[in-house]
Design a protein around this ligand. Sequence first.
Ligand SMILES: [Zn+2]
Length: 89
Amino acid sequence: MRPVSLPGLVRDQLRPFAPRPTLGGVTDRVCENCAMPDEELVLVRRVYVTPEAWDSPEATARTVEETELWCVSCMSQYPHVLADGSDED
Ligand SMILES: [Zn+2]
C-alpha cells in the first residue's frame, strides 16, 4: 500500500494559528513582527534578552524604544513589554 500524501493537511498543521474567517472582508492590519493579518494587534516594545555567559553571569534584557504592533501569537513567543499602560520595571 502506497503512502498517501496530504500536503493540505500538513500545511495546516504547521501553521500555529489558522486564519479565522472575518466578517466584512479581510483586515488590512498585519502584525509588524510576523506580518500575519490580525485584528487584535497590541502595541508593544520588543525586549532583547541576552542570556547569561561566562563573563556576564546574569542575563540582561534591553527594551527598545520603538513600538510595534504584535499579534497574540508573537506576544506568546517573544519577550516584550506593553507599550501603553504602566511600565513594569
Ligand atoms: Zn505576529
